[in-house]
Design a protein around this ligand. Structure first.
Ligand code: ZN
Length: 189
């Protein structure tokens, strides 16, 4: 997910604390069909997964975005990252969600959203105001989280990607057509 005023510092290719080098992955753009696939549950928490998560973080910060789901880099796995601490002085608040499920979705809120798979597009979307989620972290440890505000919106946006659902699916037919046309124009260069 992307904020209109996202102010995330760019991160150069670097080495993680575990010693493997990270790499920027290519972010797929709408209407790439891979964005429509239902992502598969993760069942192995090994070095490959750690590397994938590190690459996703690097790619998200470089974009810059406040969230990134594995299907957006062509990996059909139920993983997404969120870091909504966008201020320059704010410490990073990176959270990894593996095999996430919603325990609760309460209320309704409208917020302008962007998406790294829809460059240049910002649309108002209705989401639940508060959510409770159960997921595994990158090491396979289970956690539960209650979220509201931007974090809750980012979690819902990224979870949609695991279902093959995209921000246009939340729009009216008219808005959806306009976004589709803009994206096709962009793809045509
Ligand atoms: Zn997105």
């Amino acid at each position: 997910m992307l904020l209109p005023a996202a102010d995330v510092k760019k991160v150069e290719t670097s080495t993680s604390s575990r010693g493997y080098s990270m790499a920027l992955r290519t972010i797929l753009h709408y209407p790439d069909k891979r964005l429509r696939e239902l992502a598969q549950p993760v069942n192995r928490f090994d070095g490959d997964l750690a590397k994938l998560v590190a690459d996703m973080a690097e790619t998200m910060y470089a974009a810059p975005g406040v969230g990134l789901a594995a299907p957006q880099i062509g990996v059909s796995m139920r993983i997404f990252l969120v870091d909504v601490a966008t201020g320059e002085d704010q410490p990073s608040d990176l959270r990894t969600f593996v095999n996430p499920v919603f325990l609760e979705r309460v209320g309704e809120v409208r917020c302008e959203e962007g998406c790294l798979s829809f460059p240049g597009v910002h649309e108002e979307i209705t989401r639940a105001e508060r959510v409770a989620v159960r997921a595994l972290d990158a090491e396979g440890q289970r956690f539960e989280l209650e979220a509201e505000g931007l974090l809750a919106i980012a979690i819902q946006h990224e979870h949609d990607h695991l279902e093959g659902k995209l921000m246009v699916d939340h729009l009216s037919l008219l808005r959806r057509r306009l976004v589709h046309r803009a994206m096709m124009k962009r793809a045509a260069g």
